[in-house]
Design a protein around this ligand. Structure first.
Ligand code: NAD
Ligand code: ZN
Ligand code: ZN
Length: 354
């Protein structure tokens, strides 16, 4: 193992000790990287709604327990295993949702590694980024250019990669219009920035005036407030220049209803991309409408290593400026409280030194 400087034997972390939470701020041991792994001194980590789903046991997939959550961590590599040749202590790196995969199944072989049957998931099946030192498989950690602002890049590592991939999966082209549902949240605020950078017009859908303001500032051409709208389907259609509705929809919301509405306002031959993961939710759409309007409904799940590099490259070129607030790691439960109530406009990023 090659290491840089002093690596402590203990560190601060937020630990989920039982499903349902809360997290406990405590000292835990620092793990040692295996031969194909790196140890990253996490400086900042974004807080994704997935971390709250993990703590609450919302999904039909068990987490490790006790669990250190978090999967949007940016920091500095402090140690690398003996098989790691292309990363070294001192390099900047990010830990994302897909911490590792088998690298030999058919999906991994064709770089569809999010679909690997044996994934390691940061902050879910392995400890994640709500600690000062976290482990990642070298093949999968995000490469971050020297000089990058680690606070600002952290949300790119899940939210950014995921929405960038979702935009590609939607098949949308520059000049066309996409509806972004949950646009004032963490993924949504990044989606607005990626869409703008790609020359795509975005109709933002979320609730409340603060999120409306944020969406407009982030480049949305229109804002539809799901909490006050009398006829959301019609309002979304009206927001397109020809009234036919958006060419695609990105569903990022953490509630079921918008998943039932999207096929009603998407344009004929349009694509609905499901990304948000509300607990116990189902899709429902009129078969008649889906057939006769030739609607495409699909899912999109994080991104591969190349999507990661491309999403970070957009950021590095100064094209991604999504709003975020920084708070101490020890205050994570307060962030979850606000997130549960839908009160967060943009993203919270935790500082692991506090
Ligand atoms: P967030 O809480 O920051 O944002 C969710 C937003 O949805 C909020 O702004 C909320 O006001 C809005 N919303 C709620 N109900 C709505 C409605 N009816 N219409 C429009 N907007 C509505 O959450 P986030 O961190 O952006 O994550 C969003 C979801 O995406 C979570 O379920 C998360 O687990 C999931 N996710 C999926 C992937 C993937 O790869 N598919 C990756 C990351 C996150
Ligand atoms: Zn996430
Ligand atoms: Zn695999």
């Amino acid at each position: 193992m090659a290491a840089n400087g002093h690596i402590p034997s203990e560190q601060w972390a937020m630990v989920v000790e039982k499903t349902g939470g809360p997290c406990v701020y405590k000292k835990i041991p620092v793990a040692k990287p295996g031969p194909d792994e790196v140890l990253i001194n996490i400086k900042y980590s974004g807080v994704c709604h997935t971390d709250l789903h993990a703590m609450m046991g919302d999904w039909p997939l068990a987490t490790k327990m006790p669990l250190v959550g978090g999967h949007e961590g940016a920091g500095v590599i402090v140690a690398v295993g003996e098989l790691v040749t292309d990363l070294k202590p001192g390099d900047l790196a990010g830990l994302k949702w897909l911490n590792g995969s088998c690298m030999s199944c058919g999906y991994c072989r064709q770089a569809d590694e999010p679909l690997c049957g044996e994934p390691l998931l940061s902050g879910y099946t392995v400890d994640g980024t709500f600690q000062q030192y976290a482990i990642g498989k070298a093949a999968h950690v995000a490469r971050i250019p020297q000089g990058t602002d680690l606070q600002a890049v952290a949300p790119v590592l899940c939210a950014g990669i995921t929405v960038y991939k979702g935009l590609k999966e939607s098949g949308i082209c520059p000049g066309q219009t996409i509806a972004i549902v949950g646009a004032g949240g963490g993924l949504g605020s990044l989606a607005l920035q990626y869409a703008k950078a790609m020359g795509i017009h975005a109709i933002a859908i979320d609730g409340g005036a603060e999120k409306g303001q944020l969406c407009k500032e982030s480049g949305a051409v229109a804002y539809v407030d799901f909490m006050s709208s009398k006829n959301l389907v019609q309002e979304v259609k009206n927001a397109t220049s020809d009234g036919l509705g958006p060419h695609a929809v990105l569903l990022l919301a953490v509630s079921e209803k918008p998943f039932q509405q999207a096929t009603e306002y998407v344009r004929a031959r349009g694509t609905v991309v499901c990304i948000g993961l509300p607990a116990n939710a189902f899709l429902k759409a009129s078969v008649f409408d889906t057939v006769t309007r030739m609607i495409n409904i699909k899912g999109s799940y994080v991104g591969n290593r190349q999507d990661t590099a491309e999403a970070i490259d957009f950021f590095s070129r100064g094209l991604i400026n999504a709003p975020f607030k920084v708070i101490g790691l020890s205050k994570l439960n307060e962030v979850y409280e606000m997130m549960h109530k839908g009160q967060i406009a943009g993203r919270y990023v935790v500082d692991t030194s506090q």
